[in-house]
Design a protein around this ligand. Structure first.
Ligand code: ADP
Ligand code: MG
Ligand code: MG
Length: 251
C-alpha cells in the first residue's frame, strides 16, 4: 500500500537534511510501528507524508498503491486516503465538532467527485462510528477541541479517522504526553479500525502504546533511516535494552 524508496528530504528553509535514504514498505491491513530516539526524524516523516511544504524531497519516491504522491498537495493526498492525526490538535471555537466532521467529510467527497452527504445519511454515519468507538454524543455538540481533555481530543481524532475511512492512517504520538487513558483510546481506535484495506503507521517514542496496539511490524528510525525492522518482539527488545544496542549494531 505504502512504499517509500531511498527517501531523502530536507528542511526547506535552511536545507538541513533530516531524512537520509529511508526505505519502508507498509502492506494493506498492516499496523506498522515506527519507533526511535528523539530527533530521529519521526515527526518529519509524517509531515512529509502529509505533504507539508516546509520540507523538500530531494531524492527517492513515495508510492501509495503504486502511484507517486510527491507531486500532490495536502488536500489531494487526503482525497487519496491519507489521514494524518495531529500531535497538537487545533481548537475551532464556534464550530461544533459535528459540523466540523460534516465539512471534513464533504470536502473529501467533493475532492473524490462524490455527492455531498445528506443530513440524515451524515447523522447515521456519525452515530454508527461514535457507537463503535464508544464516544459520547454530547461531545459532538461542543466546539472541536475547545476545552477538551487529552482523552476527548483523542476521541475526536479517532472519530475523524473512522469517518474519513482512510487507506493510510499516520498517528504521531511521540511527544504528546498522553496519559494512560488517552493512550488506550488511541489504541482501541486503531484496533477497531484495523481493516484489510487500510494500513496504519503508529509513530511512538514509547513502547507502552504498543502494550495496547499489537503492531504487525516494528521499525526503528534513527538519523533519518530505518536501521532495523522486525515484529512486536523488537518493541519488547527496545523496552528491555533501549536503543543503544541497535544503534551500535547499525553503525
Ligand atoms: P522526532 O519526531 O523523531 O523526535 P523530528 O522529526 O521532530 O524528530 O526532528 C528531527 C530533526 O529535525 C531534529 O533535529 C529537529 O530539530 C529537526 N527539525 C525538524 N523540523 C525542523 C524545522 N522545521 N526546522 C528546524 N529543525 C527541524
Ligand atoms: Mg521529537
Ligand atoms: Mg516527533
Amino acid at each position: 500500500m505504502l512504499e517509500i524508496r531511498n527517501l531523502h528530504a530536507r528542511i526547506a528553509e535552511d536545507g538541513t537534511e533530516i531524512i537520509r535514504g529511508l526505505n519502508l514498505t507498509v502492506r494493506a491491513g498492516e499496523v506498522a510501528a515506527i519507533m526511535g530516539p528523539n530527533g530521529s526524524g519521526k515527526s518529519t516523516l509524517s509531515y512529509i507524508l502529509s505533504g507539508r511544504d516546509d520540507y523538500e524531497v530531494t531524492e527517492g519516491e513515495i508510492l501509495l498503491n503504486g502511484e507517486s504522491i510527491l507531486e500532490l498537495n495536502p488536500a489531494e493526498r487526503a482525497s487519496k486516503g491519507i489521514f494524518l492525526a495531529f500531535q497538537y490538535p487545533v481548537e475551532i471555537p464556534g464550530v461544533a465538532t459535528m459540523q466540523f466532521l460534516k465539512v471534513a467529510m464533504n470536502e473529501q467527497r467533493k475532492a473524490r467527485g462524490e455527492e455531498e452527504l445528506t443530513t440524515p445519511d451524515f447523522i447515521r454515519r456519525v452515530k454508527e462510528a461514535a457507537a463503535k468507538l464508544q464516544i459520547d454524543q454530547a461531545m459532538l455538540r461542543r466546539p472541536l477541541n475547545v476545552g477538551f481533555s487529552g482523552g476527548e481530543k483523542k476521541r475526536a481524532e479517532i472519530l475523524q479517522m473512522a469517518l474519513l475511512e482512510p487507506s493510510l492512517c499516520v498517528l504521531d504520538e511521540t511527544d504528546s504526553g498522553l496519559d494512560i487513558d488517552a493512550l488506550k483510546i488511541v489504541a482501541d481506535g486503531v484496533n477497531a479500525l484495523k481493516s484489510p484495506d487500510r494500513a496504519t503507521i503508529v509513530i511512538t517514542h514509547y513502547q507502552r502504546l504498543l502494550d495496547y496496539i499489537i503492531p504487525d511490524t516494528v521499525h526503528v528510525l534513527y538519523k533519518g533511516q530505518i536501521i532495523r525492522s522486525g515484529d512486536k518482539a523488537l518493541a519488547h527488545e527496545l523496552e528491555a535494552n533501549g536503543y543503544a544496542d541497535i544503534i551500535g549494531q547499525a553503525a
